[in-house]
Ligand binder design. Structure first.
Ligand SMILES: [Zn+2]
Length: 141
């Protein structure tokens, strides 16, 4: 049975705590170096550009493009069995080309997903108190 409560949940620990706390507030936060100001993903204690140990969390727009995607047809976890086929996408955020999140696209059929498609973050409740960042298609107005 596919319930959200038995689906694997993120474990907010170490360098990713602030990221998940932001998601739970409906904010997409990215870690950036406090010295050279470069964004980095995944969160980590040291800047790979200048080796500074000082970092800060910045709210980003949540806008980006689909960098790549795949359609999962064989569930990798029993809780996902009723979800197949589902998509897993890489979304490249507008703030920095190195910010590529692995996520799911929602509100769009798998057949309509395209690389380069404009998307915007949205947050879905996994279980009480746990929000996951997903992305939905931006329709041009
Ligand atoms: Zn730096």
């Amino acid at each position: 049975m596919d319930t959200r409560s038995n689906f694997p949940r993120p474990i907010p620990e170490f360098d990713a705590r602030e990221f998940w706390a932001g998601c739970n507030r409906g904010e997409l936060l990215m870690q950036r170096c406090a010295s050279c100001k470069k964004f980095r993903w995944l969160p980590q204690p040291m800047c790979p550009s200048c080796n500074s140990l000082e970092s800060e969390w910045t709210k980003v727009s949540g806008q980006g493009t689909v960098y790549s995607y795949t359609i999962i047809t064989h569930p990798v976890h029993p809780a996902a069995a009723s979800r197949v086929p589902y998509n897993v996408a890489q979304v490249q955020l507008d703030e920095d080309p190195q910010l590529i999140l692995i996520t799911n696209l929602v509100g769009v059929s798998n057949e309509d997903i395209r690389i380069g498609m404009r998307v915007q973050v949205t947050f879905e409740e996994h279980s009480p108190g746990v929000m996951l960042p997903k992305f939905e298609r931006v329709t041009s107005s």
